[in-house]
Design a protein around this ligand. Structure first.
Ligand code: SAM
Length: 237
């Protein structure tokens, strides 16, 4: 985790406390241990886990408010990236980890308990269902997602969960610009407005990553999200 401490400071202006670093390490150790019997991540080499999972998750921090408590949700969090890392970084924010796969939820619940995180909770559901639940629809200041679906479908997962005036941040690879071009109809239909794309370069990673930042400017019509599977099968393009 030494690299994470150093790069978090130089790249993102984050001063990690010794306690946060210890929690990151405990989480990484648990990920490695569980991955021997449960398929959680293809990235297993410790240096790659540190950079591609932990540091990459921290790249969101400069775009999140830290002064006022926020409600955040990570859609398709998998083994907890970026949501769990941000819950450790920001104890003042409430982070919901949304994931459809039960075995990943079991891992996340175990980590939350082991680390004693009071501000993280899991939600075992499809995003399409969560977006229609009264306890989750339009309830979040920040909705984030990494590596879940192409942007037109992803926006249908994310925007219904955001409050009006809330923010959605999609962590994307090289296809970010292209996906955005195809997202015009999804944005208009779902109440989103493109704000900006930020480029993230991580040490030892050749290709750039992109943060696509969207503001929610209007309520999402009640027809959205559509039933599970429909946003990817028939994206709003
Ligand atoms: N965000 C994590 C990361 O970057 O390491 C996990 C990425 S993994 C490629 C995509 C995850 O999204 C999987 O765990 C999958 O089960 C979940 N997922 C895909 N579609 C989903 C949906 N409609 N609702 C909830 N979870 C979903």
């Amino acid at each position: 985790m030494d690299d994470v401490i150093q790069y978090a400071k130089t790249l993102f202006g984050i001063d990690l406390t010794a306690e946060q670093v210890a929690l990151f390490q405990k989480y990484a150790d648990e990920l490695t241990a569980w991955n021997t019997h449960t398929n959680l991540t293809a990235i297993i080499e410790p240096q790659a886990v540190a950079i591609r999972h932990f540091l990459d998750s921290l790249s969101l921090a400069p775009y999140l408010k830290s002064d006022t408590p926020q409600k955040m949700i990570d859609v398709g969090t998998g083994a907890g990236f970026p949501g769990m890392v941000l819950a450790i970084l920001f104890p003042q924010h409430q982070v919901t980890l949304l994931e459809a796969t039960g075995k990943k939820i079991r891992f996340l619940d175990h980590v939350i308990e082991l680390l004693g995180l009071k501000n993280a909770q899991t939600l075992n559901a499809r995003a399409e269902d969560a977006g229609q639940m009264s306890g989750h629809r339009a309830k979040y200041d920040v909705v984030m997602a990494r590596a879940v679906a192409r942007l037109p479908a992803l926006l249908e997962y994310m925007l219904p969960l955001a409050k009006v005036n809330g923010t959605c941040i999609a962590m994307k690879g090289i296809s970010a610009q292209d996906e955005l071009v195809y997202s015009r109809i999804a944005l208009k239909t779902l109440g989103g407005q493109f704000d900006k794309i930020e480029t993230v370069m991580l040490p030892t990673v050749e290709e750039a990553h992109y943060l696509v930042i969207i503001h929610k400017i209007a309520k999402t019509p009640s027809d959205y999200p559509r039933k599970p599977g429909i946003p990817t099968k028939k994206p709003l393009i």
